[in-house]
Design a binder for this molecule. Structure first.
Ligand code: N01
Length: 531
């Protein structure tokens, strides 16, 4: 190594969710001294914080798990097709114990700043408890972890209780007998609304954009199906990794207009009955061709009209945008919940929420009095948690400044001007447009191997090359522009946070991405400068 200063750690990892834990495990396998710093009082990241009623994963359990240990994936038994938040958290706790990870994880520690010293080739990381130094800094802070609560006028004047789905009280919340407002109708709202409606005296849902949702058809896992996967778990993982979204559904060669209307209807119905995110794989072009996409969108709108008895409510619940360009939702009884007498829907698409008042929520001059407000208003996605830390690279330049017009990375893993900084599933990587657990595992293995390579070859520093970064940012945009994704306001684009630059952040195509990462490594980390 080209420097004499010995930092406290080889690597500091920020975040003890799925990404941070496997990162620690991989670093240890290479013999590195690593420390994970976690703001929460427990491990689990997303699954530690998101404890709202109905929270569960909408990627199937057999896929939403680590694959780095064959024994682990053989031993662990999932109970349902889609695991609940408590079950996933139990799994994460089990992994931490099984691989003895806890001794290198420091909880209740918020990282506030990280400054690079070029002379010493190390990061100085300031937390709310201490300052540590590390040769490498790995941000495993999660894509959807920085809660977004819109700045509604009077937001803090409300006399009742407020909650954000991503910061739910650990003891749970009992809404029995209460009048509850839910603001937002994304995935978190769609999972929680049916359960809150069962408890509350009255539930008022404030909807700005209607969401498409596909039934989960959740059920206990069939032991025979589990056995089939476990008989060849590696083959199951390899199949999934070869699919565009890194999940167990493949885009077929058949296009929506390649068949007649009745066959299209049959295929959509089959996928509706199967349930889940695979609905968008009914035909190969739903995410690429607006006309084809409209056939799927209209199928779901017809389902909504069939489920929701009041035609006015059904019309309000029917999304107007293309299906899939905002994250598709997966539900249990979502649309049917609006048939309940104690549930009402307020459309705030034309007349935004004017204010939060001491008594409730005001829209178009009308006050909706409630006892509790649930903000299901999402996250400052993909960049929020990284930029919450004051990260300064070469010459003291801040990452906030560098990314002021939108995030710029090479492979979503490094960013020019910030040596020895790695991002786990950063913007520009498949991340949220793939199954997150294999995505974080792929990054963790790649990053640990990369640091191992540096040590082996006597390098102290690695930094993305600005030209490689520019080319990658251009490529991410080119790929996105071939799809329907950029055509609506979504958090993929940063459109949900006022003032956030509008840049499409995830990279579409898990297998192409993994091949590129492997090629870059095989060519001695092409596109990075090693010194
Ligand atoms: O957040 P969201 P989420 N006035 O951003 C509305 C993952 N996830 O927590 O669409 C009124 O999707 C906003 O309206 P609009 C998954 O990737 C996964 O639900 O911006 N409304 C929207 O309806 C998901 O996509 C799982 O017009 C306002 C809602 O709030 C991601 O997390 C479960 C508003 C926010 O929806 C985020 O989901 C849960 C305003 N000023 C989450 N501002 C599973 O695995 C925002 N909204 C199942």
């Amino acid at each position: 190594m080209a420097t004499a200063v010995k930092p406290d750690f080889d690597a500091v990892v920020v975040g003890a969710g799925f990404g941070g834990l496997v990162m620690l495990h991989r670093l240890r396998q290479h013999g590195f001294r690593a420390r994970v710093l976690e703001a929460g009082s427990g491990i689990g990241g997303t699954w530690f914080w998101n404890r709202y009623p109905g929270a569960r994963c909408d990627i199937e359990s057999m896929e939403y798990s680590y694959q780095f240990s064959e024994e682990l994936q053989q031993d662990w038994e999932w109970s349902e097709r889609y695991a609940t938040q408590p079950e996933i958290l139990r799994y994460i706790e089990h992994v931490a114990d099984r691989f003895d990870l806890r001794r290198d994880i420091q909880l209740d520690t918020r990282v506030n700043a990280a400054h690079w010293s070029h002379a010493e080739s190390c990061w100085t990381i300031a937390t709310d408890r201490q300052t540590v130094t590390a040769r490498f800094l790995v941000m495993a802070t999660g894509c959807l972890s920085s809660a977004n609560i819109p700045d509604f006028p009077g937001r803090d004047s409300f006399a009742g209780k407020t909650y954000h789905t991503g910061r739910w009280p650990h003891g749970g919340v009992d809404f029995t007998g209460q009048r509850v407002a839910v603001i937002g109708t994304g995935s978190s709202a769609i999972q929680s609304i049916p359960l809150i409606a069962e408890q509350a005296a009255h539930l008022t849902v404030f909807q700005r954009t209607a969401s498409f949702s596909i039934p989960a058809h959740n059920a206990p896992l069939d032991p025979e199906a589990v056995r089939k996967v476990k008989d060849d778990y590696a083959g199951f993982r390899a199949y999934n990794a070869a699919q565009a979204f890194g999940a167990h559904f493949s885009l077929p060669p058949v296009l929506a207009y390649g068949v007649d209307a009745s066959e299209r209807e049959r295929v959509f119905e089959e996928h509706w009955q199967e349930g889940g995110l695979g609905f968008l794989s009914a035909f190969g072009d739903l995410l690429f061709d607006h006309k084809s996409n409209e056939t799927a969108a209209e199928f779901v709108r017809a389902k909504i009209r069939g489920i929701v008895r009041d035609p006015t409510v059904a019309a309000k619940l029917s999304p107007k945008q293309v299906i899939g360009c905002k994250r598709l939702c997966v539900d249990t009884n979502y649309y049917a919940t609006f048939n309940r007498p104690n549930v009402s829907l307020v459309d705030v698409s034309e007349t935004p929420i004017e204010a939060i008042t001491p008594r409730g929520v005001r829209v178009a001059g009308q006050e909706y009095a409630v006892d509790a407000i649930v903000f299901a208003t999402g996250f400052d996605a993909m960049t929020g948690a990284v930029l919450a830390v004051d990260i300064r690279g070469t010459g003291g330049r801040s990452l906030r400044e560098k990314w002021a017009a939108g995030p710029r990375t090479y492979l979503g893993v490094g960013t020019a001007g910030f040596p020895n900084l790695f991002l786990v599933t950063g913007p520009g990587s498949p991340s949220v447009l793939s199954n997150m657990v294999p995505a974080v595992e792929q990054h963790a293995a790649w990053i640990a191997d990369c640091i191992g390579h540096l040590r082996e070859h006597g390098f102290a520093r690695i930094e993305a090359d600005p030209a490689a970064e520019d080319a990658w940012v251009g490529h991410v945009n080119d790929v996105a522009s071939l799809t329907v994704y950029p055509s609506c306001n979504s958090w993929y684009l940063g459109a949900n946070v006022p003032g956030k630059p509008r840049v499409f952040m995830p990279y579409i195509g898990f297998p192409t991405y993994v091949a590129k990462c492997n090629e870059v490594a095989a060519k001695g980390y092409e596109g990075f400068a090693l010194s």
